[in-house]
Every structure is written in C-alpha cells, then in structure tokens.
Design a protein around this ligand. Structure first.
Ligand SMILES: *[C@@H]1O[C@H](CO)[C@@H](O)[C@H](O)[C@H]1NC(C)=O
Ligand SMILES: *[C@@H]1O[C@H](CO)[C@@H](O)[C@H](O)[C@H]1NC(C)=O
Length: 257
C-alpha cells in the first residue's frame, strides 16, 4: 500500500467508527423543553454514560442521576436475542443520536431494532406507555390474507404468552410455516420494568393496531415506549434461521399517528 492509500485507509476507518447508526425513530417531547441554567442537561449526559457502561451486563438498565429538580430517570434495553456486542453498539449509537436529535428536551426516546433508550425528568418506571407509537409496514400485501391472518394471530398469541413468563425477560419469539416455502417470523419484547400485566397490556394494544397499520402486510413493526412487536416473512431474529436467510429489501412505509 502506498503512503497515500494508507492514510486514506485510516481516514476512512476513523470517520466510519465515529459515525453512529440512524434510529428507526425518536420522540422529543416538545412540552418538556429544558430551560437554561439548570444542571439537567449535564445530568442527562452523566446518565447516558452510565446506561452505556452498564448495558452489557444485563441488557437492561433502569436508573436515575442527580437530585431534586435536576434529577433525570433513564432506561436502556436491548432486544433479548441480540449479541452483547450488538447490544452495546446499539446503546452507544442511541446515546449519541438522542442528544443530537432531542438536544433540548427533558423527555426523549429513541428506537432501534436491537435496542431502545429513553430518559425523562419524571419517573416512568413500571408504567405502560403507548402514548406515542411508530409503525413500519411492508408496502407489499400477502396473497392469502385469510390463512395468513389466522396463522399470524395464533403465533402472536403464543409469543405474547411467552413474553409475560418472568424468566423470559419480556421476550417472545417464534415462527410458523405458512407453506412449505414460506415461513412467518414474529417477535415481541416488553421493557423489563413492566410487571406481567403491564407487558400483556402493552402487547395487546400493539397488536390491536394490526388491522389499521398492518392489515394483510407482509411485514410490520409497532414501536412503543413499553413494547416492540414485529413480524416478517423472512428471518430477522437470532439465532438466524440461516437456511432461509434471504433478507427482503422491500420499501417500508412509516406512520407517526
Ligand atoms: C419547545 O421548543 C420547540 C423548539 O425549540 C418549540 O417549537 C416549542 O414551541 C417549545 N415548546 C414549549 C412548550 O415551550
Ligand atoms: C396493499 O393493500 C393496500 C390496502 O388494501 C393497498 O392500498 C396497497 O396499494 C396494496 N399494496 C400493493 C403493493 O399492492
């Protein structure tokens, strides 16, 4: 390698590793603008540092930083099926991006496929929150809606039951053969601050949106602050169903109701 290329090579590595991945979406609560002067903003940075540091240990951190008016509560969680490395990278990205995207809000939330992060100057742990949702759906429709919806309903029922079993840490996932050639994959994940009932409630609300946002769609995602629900006609959760791994790049439409 010539010197020029070597320099260029290192330059590329540096710029790449300094970048963080785009989220699926974020929510900056405009009603919670931070007034100048307080320590809240500095405390948010401290809190984010703690979330990033602690996340690899258990994939879930719920904590607070600071005192009195400047106290901030935070939650970070990874999807239960991802690797520790993917989990850490995801929360690092989330911590960078949330401050860039919501620089002046005391209540901010950010969604990725592998993780979720939020903070607020008000405590929120244990509360089901479906006040703000992001919906992604595949623009393509299934060819046999009747059979599809029956099997989707059955699979969702199974994995929702799985998610509320304490040992499963809010995660439920599974697959269902629609035909010998087509398999349906689905995953649900509650935030781990929720009690069983709260998890069940969040998932029920998420799934109740299917007729509106996911009707007969080949894939769909519902992103709430308390739970995540997704189904696809290709493998997307880990361990990957590798003999069927054929990631679909279909355009997804997004709605923020
Ligand atoms: C918060 O700040 C945003 C952008 O700076 C502004 O549009 C909005 O009106 C503010 N909201 C309140 C409640 O002050
Ligand atoms: C899928 O169905 C919806 C609603 O029935 C329709 O608006 C849309 O155009 C269909 N998508 C495709 C790719 O045909």
């Amino acid at each position: 390698m010539s010197l020029l290329y070597t320099i260029l090579f290192f330059f590329l590595i540096c710029t790449c590793s300094a970048e963080s991945a785009d989220p699926l979406g974020e929510f900056c609560n405009k009603g919670t603008n931070i007034s100048n002067g307080g320590k809240l903003s500095a405390n948010i940075d401290k809190l984010l540092g703690e979330l990033v540091q602690k996340i690899p240990l258990s994939f879930f951190v719920s904590t607070s930083y600071g005192k009195g008016q400047d106290q901030v509560y935070g939650l970070a969680q990874c999807r239960g099926d991802v690797s520790t490395e993917d989990c850490s990278t995801c929360i690092e990205d989330a911590a960078k991006q949330i401050r860039q995207r919501c620089p002046n809000q005391a209540d901010a939330r950010i969604w990725y496929d592998f993780c979720f992060l939020r903070y607020n100057s008000k405590s929120f742990a244990g509360e089901v929150d479906t006040s703000f949702g992001i919906f992604y759906f595949n623009v393509e429709n299934v060819t046999d809606p009747e059979d599809f919806n029956k099997k989707l309903g059955a699979l969702m029922g199974e994995i929702r039951e799985e998610a509320i079993v304490a040992n499963n840490k809010g995660l439920g996932k599974g697959k269902s053969e629609l035909t010998p050639f087509v398999t349906l994959y689905a995953l649900v994940q509650c935030t781990r601050d929720l009690p069983e009932l709260g998890c069940a409630q969040c998932l029920a609300i998420a799934v109740s949106n299917f007729p509106t946002f996911c009707n007969n769609r080949k894939g769909c995602r519902v992103l709430y602050s308390s739970c995540y629900v997704r189904y696809e006609l290709y493998p997307f959760f880990f361990p990957l169903d590798s003999n069927k791994a054929e990631l679909s790049n279909t355009v997804m439409a997004i709605v923020y109701p």
